[in-house]
Write a protein that binds this ligand. Structure first.
Ligand code: FAD
Length: 394
């Protein structure tokens, strides 16, 4: 293990202890709302994480970031409880937004928007997706309808957004809007202080998942007027920055949900090693034991896929194809794990007496966000074709 990985192993152990000893007892807290935990709960947990020295553990004291490989060690542990990532400030969308701001933000933007996020005093939202009913951006971001137009030296943004995680209660927004020309479609990212009177919260969607504070919102942006220094990076480069954000962000989902699925496996194991049916422990029935064995295999394969993709990103590559492969393999594997945990726990598996039921719901949603499985496979198929046609037959 190199110096970096020793540092990360120590951090990961500290995060694990914190999540198991301090966060897990909050799992039945009534402030776990259907639209995500309330901010009073988030603030209370973050105060404890701050005191334990595990707040924003992936950000180094000098403002730098752990390598992706190190991040994997730490984020898997923060994910051992669905409340762990928001307690430790390693949760989506803040973690991905912090990463993007760290890479692309100007010094002034980092001071205004990034610093409060890293300190755990603010939450953020990433506004890209639009309502399907409007024919807006979803799997295909080039369908974006929200526009940003110059008026003098200010930008005026109009449009609707959907599924915006964490918007309710967020203080920092990153808005993607269409710029460019009719001939050459482009998008630009803008930073905005929230709340803003030009952004109206239409409703918070009732979704299958419930781990993210603020839930997922539908919004209307009406004449949102922003100065030139609100632009994140350069005009028309929004899709490029989305790529910078996406690969590590989708990998970090894999890391956190790997932790959650690992915990579900622990809970299911405890259940089947205690509960009896037909004169013996459930684990001694081959139909049960094999399911937990399959889980062990899926968890290990998912872990190796995460580490492999992390190494690719750490080498400086954008890792577009690799993060697609990892996202599909890991989200599908973790979903199988969660499903088997529910199954071997019988009726208890579908109750909220343990987090197994929630982990199942959360990972179901994960197979959609940050690119549905089919979209990743489709883009990999395009790459296979491109490589074949460019490289010729072997
Ligand atoms: C819980 C959750 C949180 C989210 N948080 C955010 C957020 O914070 N910010 C944000 O901007 N967005 C967010 N999203 C939106 C998410 O990124 C989109 O849901 C996703 O990109 C899919 O877009 P869509 O829902 O419009 O599905 P559609 O574009 O309507 O696609 C529907 C289905 O069609 C299939 N499909 C699409 N294209 C292809 C293809 N090329 N080949 C084969 N099949 C295909 C897939 O199965 C896909 O699931 C979130 C979504 C969820 C569920």
């Amino acid at each position: 293990m190199g110096v970096g990985q020793t540092r990360a192993a120590e951090l990961a152990a500290k995060v694990e202890r914190f999540v198991r000893e301090v966060v897990v007892p909050y799992e039945q807290d009534p402030r776990r709302n259907t639209h995500g935990p309330l901010d009073t709960l988030v603030d209370e947990l973050r105060e404890k994480a701050r005191a334990a020295g595990v707040l924003s553990p992936h950000i180094l004291p000098d403002g730098g970031h752990l390598t992706q490989r190190e991040t994997a060690m730490v984020l898997k542990k923060s994910g051992l409880s669905p409340l762990g990532p928001l307690a430790c400030n390693t949760a989506a969308p803040d973690e991905g937004n912090m990463f993007l701001l760290g890479k692309v933000g100007s010094p002034a933007q980092k001071a205004q928007f990034l610093a409060p996020l890293v300190a755990g005093h603010a939450r953020s939202a990433f506004l890209m997706t639009e309502p399907a009913a409007d024919g807006g951006a979803g799997s295909d971001p080039s369908m974006m309808q929200t526009t940003a137009k110059l008026d003098g030296n200010h930008w005026v943004i109009n449009g609707r957004k959907a599924f915006i995680t964490g918007y309710a209660g967020a203080k920092v927004g990153i808005v993607m809007a269409r710029t460019g020309t009719p001939e050459k479609m482009a998008a630009t990212m803008f930073l905005v202080d929230l709340p803003n009177p030009a952004i109206k919260l239409e409703r918070v969607l009732d979704t299958i998942d419930s781990s993210m504070p603020g839930g997922h919102s539908v919004l209307t942006l009406e004449n949102l007027r922003l100065p030139p220094d609100a632009i994140l990076g350069e005009v028309d480069e929004g899709f490029k920055y989305a790529q910078i954000r996406l690969s590590p962000a989708r990998l970090s989902h894999c890391m956190r949900w790997h932790g959650a699925a690992t915990r579900a496996q622990e809970i299911a194991t405890a259940y089947v090693c205690k509960r009896q049916a037909f004169g013996k422990l459930l684990i001694d029935h081959e139909g049960v034991g094999f399911q937990l064995a399959d889980n062990l295999i899926d968890l290990k394969q998912a872990e190796l896929m995460i580490d492999w993709c992390a190494d690719v990103l750490d080498s400086g590559s954008l890792g577009t194809a690799e993060s697609s492969m990892a996202k599909v393999a890991v989200s599908d594997a973790l979903f199988r794990v969660a499903d088997r945990c529910v199954q071997v726990m019988g009726g208890t598996g579908v109750t909220q007496d343990s987090i197994v039921e929630q982990v199942f719901r959360e990972i179901r949603a994960f197979r959609i966000y940050d690119g549905p499985t089919e979209v990743h496979k489709w883009s990999l198929a395009k790459k296979i074709k491109r490589d074949q046609l460019q490289g010729g037959s072997k």
